[in-house]
Design a protein around this ligand. Structure first.
Ligand code: ATP
Length: 260
């Protein structure tokens, strides 16, 4: 199967007062349509920078980003973020506090016909289990419910690719795990392709089909959760994975339907 998203040897740097600082180095990955990928790594390794580059907010120093075979970014050329068909969901929800759940979800659909918009919002409320909360306001919802609204809003315009930056990190541990499984179920139901960024291994194993273990601006191994566990390419990956192995095994068992 051909990949929907391709990062082809991308490199990124930030301009600082001290000069150009390389942050992402020669990073490549391919993600099939309908798959959920995850960038996993310690703070500062460059995960968010990669996501921002896919969204179109950071220019590339080298390499190319392709979506559905079309080049989105290469040095000196960028498709504008609003023309990429890429949706985003971030850790701080970024919901509009003065709009109801229903209106938050419909926010990106203003240019669509009214009947289509109403039908789409209804579908998304059902998909995210928020039917009873359509008229409520963000401050009246729990953190987990707010994140489900944020997911519904990101999915509403039918993006080709969804980017999730540490979407669960503001939630307590129990909610975070439950929501990770719920989000996976929702994305699988709708067939969306997504890339998630996290430093939390349990979250990565709960949600992802493919995980990229990052170290100092590059991917050390891009593999299935099974592959990372059983065939780590070096000691760094092996140690990194071992640290939360118990949690990861639980998540895998859940996904195989062997645990509740
Ligand atoms: N606008 C910027 N200007 C200069 N340096 C930056 C900028 N944004 C990020 N950096 C640096 O680039 C590196 C990678 O940052 P990035 O946010 O991509 O890491 P991350 O892996 O997502 O970290 P975290 O898990 O803490 O969010 C860090 O060293 C960071 O300090």
């Amino acid at each position: 199967m051909t990949d929907l998203l391709t990062l082809d040897h991308i490199s990124l740097s930030y301009e600082t007062e001290g000069g150009l600082v390389p942050v992402v180095r020669d990073l490549s990955l391919g993600l099939e349509k309908g798959a959920i990928g995850c960038l996993l790594g310690a703070s500062g390794c460059g995960k968010t920078t990669v996501l921002r580059a896919i969204a179109g907010f950071e220019p590339l120093r080298a390499g190319r980003i392709l979506l559905g075979g079309a080049v989105l970014s290469e040095p000196g050329r960028q498709v504008a973020p609003e023309h990429r068909h890429v949706g985003m969901m971030f850790q701080d929800y970024a919901l509009f506090p003065h709009l109801s759940v229903e209106k938050n979800i419909a926010f990106g659909l203003r240019k669509r016909p009214k009947a289509w918009r109403e039908q789409r919002v209804k579908e998304l409320l059902a998909l995210t289990g928020l039917e009873g909360s359509a008229q409520r306001y963000p401050h009246e919802l729990s953190g987990g419910q707010q994140q489900r609204v944020a997911l519904a809003r990101a999915l509403a315009p039918e993006p080709e690719l969804l980017l999730l930056d540490e979407p669960f990190s503001n939630l307590d541990v129990d909610t975070r795990e439950r929501l990770a499984f719920e989000v996976r179920d929702i994305l699988k139901k709708t067939g969306h392709t997504a890339i998630l960024v996290t430093h939390n291994q349990a979250e990565a194993f709960a949600i992802a089909d493919k995980i990229g273990v990052m170290q100092a601006g590059t991917i050390v191994q891009w593999d299935t959760p099974y592959g990372l566990h059983h065939h780590p390419v070096n000691d760094y990956v092996a140690d990194f994975i071992k640290r939360e192995a118990l949690m990861a095994q639980r998540a895998q068992a859940y996904l195989r339907g062997e645990a509740s």
